[in-house]
Design a protein around this ligand. Structure first.
Ligand code: PRP
Ligand code: URA
Length: 212
């Protein structure tokens, strides 16, 4: 059995190709953002596979037939600010009706502990499916805190999607939130002494927003 039963690495050839460009230090800011969206969109196709559907009648130009639609209240995407914003547009291209909540967390660079500064999600969390977004799962502190905040609001159907995961972060989520499936485009080797993922792609927020 895998060490990480909570983890699905979505290693489709297109995703692997795009992740390589994302890692490349020479990739400019504009292309970095486009790649983050493209990868998130491809990942969302798989990460939403388990959503429930219900039958619905549809009239074709020739007759009435039975089709399907996604069941229940609208899906909610929850980017962890800032860097999670880089994945939202790509997924909205696939699921335009999804709602978007926001969790503001930054990682204190000396303690590596997450600090909360914003939280806003749609009502009726208990009846919704959530996908929490963050390009980087490093120690897992930020992701774990975001999932805890959502559970405190009543959310019961949660998925976590990241571009690059460190084993340390996946393990932390398995311990804190074993019920939450984790989807990653790549599982990297380890964290360095500053909590950065190796080989990783650097600071995702800085690369997305040009703030270094
Ligand atoms: C980065 C990243 C995650 C977090 C990952 O955000 O986007 O949110 O660090 O680290 P962890 O798994 O050890 O918690 P950062 O705190 O740099 O904030 P930013 O998105 O505003 O740049
Ligand atoms: N946050 C980032 O943006 N990159 C890392 O490698 C770790 C945390």
């Amino acid at each position: 059995m895998s060490e990480f039963p909570n983890l699905t690495v979505l290693d489709h050839p297109l995703i692997r190709h795009k992740v390589t460009h994302l890692r490349d230090r020479r990739t400019p800011k504009k292309r970095f953002k486009e790649l983050a969206d493209e990868i998130a969109m491809l990942m969302a196709y798989e990460a939403t596979r388990g959503l429930g559907v219900e039958e619905v009648e549809v009239e074709t130009p020739l007759e009435t037939t039975v089709g399907h639609r996604i069941k229940g209240k609208k899906l909610v995407l929850v980017p962890i600010l800032r860097a999670g914003l880089g994945m939202v547009e790509g997924i909205l291209r696939l699921v335009p009706s999804a709602r978007v909540g926001h969790v503001g967390l930054f990682r204190d660079e000396s303690t590596l502990q997450p600090v909360e500064y914003y939280f806003k999600v749609p009502q009726h969390a208990e009846h919704r499916d959530f996908i929490v977004l963050d390009p980087m799962l490093a120690t897992g502190g930020s992701a774990s805190a975001a999932l805890t905040l959502l559970k405190e609001r009543g959310a019961a159907s949660l998925r976590f999607m990241c571009l690059v995961a460190a084993p340390e972060g996946v393990r932390r989520l398995l311990e804190d939130h074993p019920d939450v499936p984790v989807f990653a485009a790549a599982l990297d080797r380890e964290l360095n002494d500053h909590g950065y993922i190796l080989p990783g792609l650097g600071d995702a927020g800085d690369r997305l927003f040009g703030t270094r």
